[in-house]
Design a protein around this ligand. Structure first.
Ligand SMILES: CC(=O)N[C@@H](CC(=O)O)C(=O)NC[C@H](CC1(C(=O)N[C@@H](Cc2ccc(O)cc2)C(=O)O)CCCC1)C(=O)O
Ligand SMILES: [Zn+2]
Length: 592
């Protein structure tokens, strides 16, 4: 229904006070959600422009392709590539360029498996040229319209609108405080991985006391580091929990991976996937048409139709993703009897945590052995450390990225970051928070955040940071309910109906109660706050091990030790700097 300006004014007036005096808390809660119109509050023409920009940015991202790496690419004295030459028809040795490589599965796979820094540097830059740079202007206009819509809903900007999903004042400070408590553990992991990369690539490529160049971490955005486990595993030759080979040798299909994940949920007494799920999901990349391969889980809001769309590859990372996506469907199923407006996660981080909680049990060596994916598993210290390290490459490495993505966007929405420092602010955060540096010089002509799905797709991201903290709170409580004894990282809640009942009680609430109350239910009243203790307890043994291994290493990074020139500020400031230097020189000479 299209809102006429008259209707919208009347609605805004009506929703500003009448319902706030309703006596029934649940009805008041319903209206507090119903009165937020979101982008529908925009005038018709601006709504059309906003949705058009969003579609264009998503299309650019999902269709972006790059050329294959060619080692004959000429390097400039500055260390950068002579890319222009790359596309000139070169008589004697045709380099040429036909963009054929999409992100999934090609670039994802190459970033994960290539150990050639030059190829990785090429892939890293070419992807940003194809996916990020082209949408910079569109994104700036999109931000303007998003802020206008937010203000029409009574928020100061789109960032405040996004944060309202968490229903607590000071959410921003809460997230900052959580990160401060987790950062020391991240820095220990960062220092250890950097030392291993120095061993592999040399100090020419990796500065021993500086940030880690972002293209060497096995992932296009350096957001999880599981793909460099082979180069960094503490005890090579001992049990490694990467069961990719076993999955392939045993002939696992994507369907078998989905059935395996479903069986974990039903072993807890939770819901099986409905019939339509198996009929209508897309679990493999089709060969006859272009699709958006970024995995997603869908609730068609009729209590029967739920689907996953995923370009599943047979490997460990996708087995975890399958649990993650199915966790969304499980949550959708558990709150399907709630009133429509309450059919949502208690907060977005809860929705992201469900599947990961089960994956924490399903990934243990003991569990992988029980499903036949791992051979002999010993209870040795080395196996424990190998396992915890593999988990840290996923869970701890991710924390700064999960934190900085929306720090950057909240500042863009609030205007603290503007078009003149859009990309340099991104790299300030990447350098300062995550300790990674760009492998080629960056300028304000680039738009590197735009090369990460959630920015063109306008999907908020702090939900993942919240999930990575709260999933360990869930894990600790479910393990307690399952009667687990011993270290938290060895817990496997598989087949525990008690754990399943507790999880069902928490998730069935949907968004009918504030998430702080859901946390009280989970912890039998012990807490209603996000708490880093469980994740720090889980990784406790690894932290001790890292601290002993890192003796003598610099913990943290010197920001001036990045290999390449950091983000060059907009050229104007460079010229100003040069002019001032000349004037100073002239004065000096004059004085002497
Ligand atoms: C209709 C709709 O949109 N539905 C929502 C779900 C809902 O709201 O019901 C949805 O399907 N969102 C897609 C998104 C996909 C993935 C993702 O984007 N992950 C992040 C962060 C991350 C990284 C490591 C990790 O272990 C877990 C998460 C990234 O890849 O950067 C890709 C693979 C994993 C999850 C998702 O499932 O969260
Ligand atoms: Zn998710």
């Amino acid at each position: 229904m299209i809102w006429s300006d008259f209707h919208r004014t009347k609605w805004n007036e009506a929703t500003n006070y009448a319902w706030k005096n309703f006596t029934t808390p649940t009805v008041r809660r319903m209206f507090s959600f119903l009165t937020v119109l979101g982008k529908a509050a925009l005038p018709r023409d601006k709504l059309k422009e906003l949705t058009g920009l969003l579609q264009e940015m998503k299309t650019t991202y999902s269709l972006a392709k790059i050329c294959r790496y060619d080692p004959r690419l000429r390097r400039l004295p500055s260390g950068d590539y002579d890319y222009d030459a790359e596309f000139e028809a070169d008589d004697d040795n045709q380099i040429g360029c036909i963009p054929t490589l999409p992100l999934e599965p090609h670039l994802t796979q190459m970033m994960a498996t290539s150990r050639d820094p030059e190829e990785l540097r090429y892939l890293w830059r070419a992807w940003r040229e194809a996916a990020g740079k082209p949408i910079r202007q569109k994104y700036l206009r999109f931000v303007q319209l998003s802020n206008e819509a937010a203000r029409l809903n009574g928020f100061s900007d789109a960032g405040e609108y996004w944060r309202s999903d968490y229903e607590i004042d000071g959410f921003r400070e809460e997230v900052e405080e959580l990160w401060q408590k987790l950062s020391p553990l991240y820095q220990q992991l960062h220092a250890y991985v950097r030392a291993k990369l120095v061993e592999k690539y040399g100090e020419e490529v990796v500065p021993r006391r500086g940030p880690i160049p972002a293209h060497l971490l096995g992932n296009m955005w350096a957001q999880t580091w599981t793909n460099i486990l082979d180069m960094t595993i503490p005890y090579p030759g001992r049990t490694s929990v990467d069961v990719t080979n076993a999955l392939r040798i045993q002939g696992y299909s994507p369907l078998a991976m989905f059935r395996l994940a479903e069986e974990f949920f039903t072993s807890l007494g939770l819901e099986p996937m409905p019939q339509t799920f198996w009929q209508r999901s897309m679990i493999q990349k089709p060969t006859d048409r272009e699709v958006v391969c970024h995995a997603s889980a869908w609730d068609f809001c009729n209590g029967r139709d739920y689907r996953i769309k995923q370009c599943t590859e047979v490997n460990m990372e996708h087995l975890v993703t399958t649990h993650h996506e199915m966790g969304h469907i499980q949550y959708d199923l558990l709150y399907r009897n709630q009133p429509f407006i309450f059919r949502d996660g208690a907060n977005p981080g809860f929705h992201e945590a469900v599947g990961d909680v089960l994956a924490l049990s399903a990934s243990t060596p003991r569990h992988l052995q029980s499903v036949g994916l791992l051979g002999n598993v010993d209870d040795s210290y080395e196996t424990d450390i190998n396992f915890l390290f593999a988990m840290a490459l996923d869970k701890i490495a991710f924390l700064p990225f999960g934190y900085l993505m929306d720090q950057w966007r909240w500042e863009v929405f609030s205007g603290d970051t503007s078009s003149s420092n859009l990309n340099s602010r991104w790299w300030e955060l990447r350098l300062g928070v995550q300790g990674v540096s760009p492998p080629v010089p960056r300028t304000e002509q680039d738009f590197d955040p735009g090369a990460k799905f959630h920015v063109p797709a306008n999907v908020p991201y702090v939900r993942y940071f919240v999930s990575f903290v709260v999933q360990f709170q869930f894990h600790a409580e479910l393990c307690k309910a399952a009667g687990h004894e011993g270290p938290l990282h060895r817990c496997d809640i598989y087949r525990s109906v008690k754990a399943g009942r507790l999880l069902r009680n928490v998730l069935s609430l949907g968004k009918s109660r504030p998430w702080t109350e859901a946390l009280s239910v989970l912890t039998s009243g012990r807490t209603n706050k996000l708490d880093v203790e469980p994740i720090l307890e889980y990784f406790g043994p690894l932290r001790t091990w890292l601290e002993s291994q890192n003796r003598g290493e610099l913990i943290g990074w010197r920001e001036n030790e990045a290999i390449v020139l950091q983000v060059t500020r907009s050229n104007a400031s460079l010229i100003t700097g040069a002019v001032l230097a000349v004037i100073a020189l002239v004065l000096l000479v004059a004085l002497v």
